[in-house]
Design a protein around this ligand. Structure first.
Ligand SMILES: *[C@@H]1O[C@H](CO)[C@@H](O)[C@H](O)[C@H]1NC(C)=O
Ligand SMILES: *[C@@H]1O[C@H](CO)[C@@H](O)[C@H](O)[C@H]1NC(C)=O
Length: 508
């Protein structure tokens, strides 16, 4: 072949004006102009395509944080990656879940359905503002003004519309969690259209939005706000602080907690964390760092330093050596609560301003000890003294706290998401549709955008279709929740009273 070609070449050269040569010229010209256009478009493309990893997304204007920087080599390799991840990672995946398989796995499910934990009742209460009116397109439109991203589920497929960037890898891990829910309960998650914000503080002020409540999902809420709490990203991992998926962390912490018996744990209260997160209570806590005066040891965590040292000093399983562990909120709620409770030490919770989906089920003097935010050091000292005077009671409170966290298994986290989404979808007054600017997101496309470390964590929290049904959602019972809230307040008041009377006695 090669020989023949070479032999022919001179012949072609000698007759350059044949029609085939012209055709070749035209073809070459169009190829070059196409390539030039493509190269030119690549810049546009990189500059415009928004991605789950945060490309081309501004931080939320209602909460400014530094823009993410991406160091992924040349522009063209970046463009290639964005193109590949955004547009060529999902179709293959779609083939994996044909309808027949879905119904098979649903019908093959075990019928046993345990009752969900009591705190699932909050789902009804969180959605109450829309019970009468339902959720209309106008609601969604207004929620969009406060949202970082929108999640639309249609026939078990996930579409995400991106508006603003989220801090660190929050968005990626949250969306991964939703994808895993779809994996776990194939064919069961209803069509839904949800607006999410991923910043810390709730913003739908109950008073201001009274006449037209806006449905916005985020990681925490409180009595003064209507934001709907949803499990935060850390249940699937938090790569920036080296936290692995929740069940791995829980298992290790529980094991670490067994290394010392109660008697051998230090009879003091311990806190280790980052005080520089615009949290007045954490700054206040720094003042209680005195073993003899306040019975407390307060340690500063510098995440940048920890990262350099390979996070050796921040292992949670090595931080269960004290009988008492303090929880202090950060800028809003803090993901640290679940790890602190997991130690099995008596948890001293400084009365929080914010609550996440599971913390509302905690009961003072039952599975934690309430600390006053206004007389912080003295309140900590009182708790430590009470615990050291009543060691078996203190140990029991600690064990119940650990048991509470053990009951929040990933199965229950997915069940909470499942019921919340299902109940919310029932309120929709419209048929959800794919927003024009939304892209389909599947495991492949999300992993494609993940950095090495993120990908490792995400892979570890992958789920397979469940053989069990979700737990059974308790019915709405407003008066029961009210009773619990009142009972909680009363118990906390009692502790405050005990503190006060002791302070008076000792100052006499
Ligand atoms: C909610 O809005 C009302 C009325 O504007 C205001 O008085 C109140 O302080 C706000 N609450 C919070 C928690 O921001
Ligand atoms: C608290 O006191 C201990 C022991 O004196 C010290 O090592 C630690 O750095 C102190 N913590 C803070 C946050 O200053």
């Amino acid at each position: 072949m090669g020989l023949r070609l070479r032999l022919r070449l001179p012949h072609h050269k000698s007759s350059p004006r044949t029609p085939s040569y012209l055709l070749l010229c035209v073809l070459a010209l169009s190829f070059f102009s196409f390539t030039a256009l493509l190269l030119y478009k690549v810049d546009d493309f990189i500059a415009q395509t928004k991605t789950l990893a945060g490309h081309n997304l501004e931080p939320t204007p209602w909460h400014i944080f530094p823009r993410k920087s991406f160091s992924e080599g040349t522009k063209h390799s970046q463009a290639y990656r964005i193109l590949q991840c955004s547009y060529f990672s999902c179709p293959y995946n779609a083939v994996v879940q044909p309808k027949s398989l879905q119904s098979e796995s649903v019908s093959g499910r075990r019928t046993h359905q345990p009752q969900c934990p009591d705190f699932f009742r909050w789902i009804h209460r969180d959605l109450e503002p829309w019970a009468k009116t339902g959720v209309t397109k106008e609601h969604v439109k207004r929620a969009k003004a406060n949202a970082a991203f929108r999640v639309v589920i249609l026939s078990g497929k996930l579409y995400v519309d991106l508006y603003y960037a989220c801090v660190q890898s929050r968005m990626m891990f949250t969306i991964w969690g939703i994808l895993q829910l779809l994996n776990k309960y194939p064919g069961m998650v209803p069509d839904v259209d949800m607006m999410f914000d991923c910043m810390d503080k709730p913003i739908i002020n109950q008073t201001e939005y009274q006449s037209f409540p806006v449905p916005l999902f985020r990681y925490c809420t409180n009595e003064a706000h209507l934001d709907i709490p949803f499990p935060d990203w850390s249940f699937w991992g938090w790569s920036e602080t080296n936290l692995r998926p929740w069940e791995e962390e829980f298992g290790d912490i529980k094991q670490g907690s067994r290394r010392r018996s109660w008697d051998n744990k230090q009879p003091r209260a311990y806190w280790k964390g980052n005080p520089d997160v615009v949290s007045p209570i954490r700054l206040e806590l720094m003042k209680c760092n005195h073993s003899r005066l306040w019975g407390a040891q307060i340690m500063r965590q510098d995440w940048a330093e920890e990262a350099k040292g390979g996070f050796e000093q921040s292992k949670l399983s090595n931080q269960c050596n004290h009988r008492y562990k303090i929880y202090a909120e950060g800028y809003a709620w803090s993901v640290s609560l679940k790890y602190i409770l997991s130690c099995g030490s008596m948890t001293l919770i400084i009365s929080p301003e914010y609550e996440d989906f599971f913390s509302r089920g905690l009961l003072p003097k039952e599975n934690y000890w309430p600390i006053s935010p206004t007389d912080l050091c003295r309140s900590i000292k009182y708790a430590v003294d009470w615990g050291n005077a009543n060691p078996s009671q203190a140990e029991t409170i600690g064990k119940r706290g650990q048991g509470y966290m053990e009951s929040i298994s990933m199965d229950r986290v997915y069940d909470y998401m499942f019921h919340l989404i299902t109940e919310y979808s029932k309120l929709q007054k419209f048929k959800p549709e794919k927003p024009a600017s939304a892209n389909e997101v599947c495991a492949g496309s999300l992993l494609c955008f993940a950095e090495q470390k993120e990908r490792e964590l995400l892979e570890r929290s992958r789920v397979v279709p469940s053989l069990d049904q979700p737990c059974k959602l308790p019915v709405a019972d407003r008066s029961r929740l009210e009773r619990l809230i009142q009972q909680k307040k009363k118990t906390i008041e009692n502790v405050r009273y005990m503190e006060m009377t002791r302070t008076k006695k000792s100052s006499k």
